[in-house]
Design a protein around this ligand. Structure first.
Ligand code: ATP
Ligand code: MG
Length: 252
């Protein structure tokens, strides 16, 4: 049975996609069979893995638009055991099925839980049916956040949604695996303060060491490669490795 990790935050631009792509690549490099699912119609996961999705090709959003199966949408990447269910950049948020459990059922019914060790879900920042589907399908939640002013409010808003979905699920199977500070710098007082307040609210053990500011993350997207392949000897590559090792320990 695959573990399903949702990478989410109600705020935009907090490093969700960079985290989803780079964690997926790290896990695959460690020998796991990994599926990255791009629920955000911006379609940046495909960009990050250098995969071109042509108009009319099957996507994960076909499931929500018309109940299409997921298997025909599976795409291999240039890296072993790292696969993608790409997004449809033309899918209109708010359209399609209202069923919050559609993704959960499809992952089970189409045997994707058996095919993979980890399924990573990248999510849109909006609170819509796609995010709710991700939260119903996942076992673990990872929250990347920018340790800036207002970050605490975004995290608190997300916590309310998480609590609501977790308590509505019959299996009570949604757990917070950690908060991941993005572009963090512990020398900056504001970063320390915001991370400290999130740690105080949700428990210091939930705080992961962060991903430092590194222009190579943005450049690796432009190059269509996870940062461990684009620039292996960099801060970001090192930090994603550390974060992945800690997640794997928590999953033992
Ligand atoms: N550690 C980092 N250092 C420098 N830049 C980063 C880092 N992590 C992410 N970025 C850059 O910050 C921007 C936002 O990151 P990303 O797209 O991953 O955020 P997001 O939360 O997925 O955004 P959205 O809410 O729009 O989906 C991107 O340009 C990305 O390349
Ligand atoms: Mg994103």
């Amino acid at each position: 049975m695959a573990r399903v990790l949702v990478v989410t935050n109600r705020k935009g631009g907090t490093g969700k996609t960079a985290t989803a792509v780079n964690l997926a690549a790290e896990l695959a490099a460690r020998g796991e069979r990994v599926l990255l699912v791009d629920l955000d119609t911006q379609g940046h996961c495909a960009v990050g893995l250098g995969i071109q999705v042509k108009k009319g090709e099957p996507t994960v959003h076909g499931l929500f638009a018309s109940g299409s199966p997921l298997l025909p949408a599976l795409r291999e990447s240039a890296w072993d055991q790292l696969h993608l269910l790409p997004a449809d950049t033309l899918f209109e948020h708010g359209s399609g099925s209202r069923d919050e459990s559609l993704l959960r059922h499809a992952l089970h019914a189409e045997g994707l839980h058996e095919r993979y060790d980890t399924i990573v879900l990248d999510t849109p920042p909006s609170l819509d049916i796609l995010l709710l589907n991700a939260l119903h399908a996942a076992d673990w939640v990872l929250v990347p956040f920018l340790p800036h002013f207002l970050a605490g409010e975004g995290v608190r808003q997300l916590a309310r949604v998480l609590f609501r979905v977790a308590s509505s699920r019959p299996d009570k199977g949604l757990r917070l695996v950690g908060f991941l500070p993005i572009m963090c710098d512990t020398r900056i007082g504001q970063h320390k303060k915001v991370s400290g307040s999130v740690a105080q609210q949700f428990g210091a053990s939930r705080m992961l060491p962060g991903i430092r500011n590194d222009i190579r993350v943005a450049e690796s997207f432009a190059a269509g490669k996870p940062v461990r392949y684009f620039a292996p000897k960099t801060r970001a590559a090192e930090d994603y490795q550390t974060a992945t090792a800690i997640l794997l320990e928590r999953w033992q």
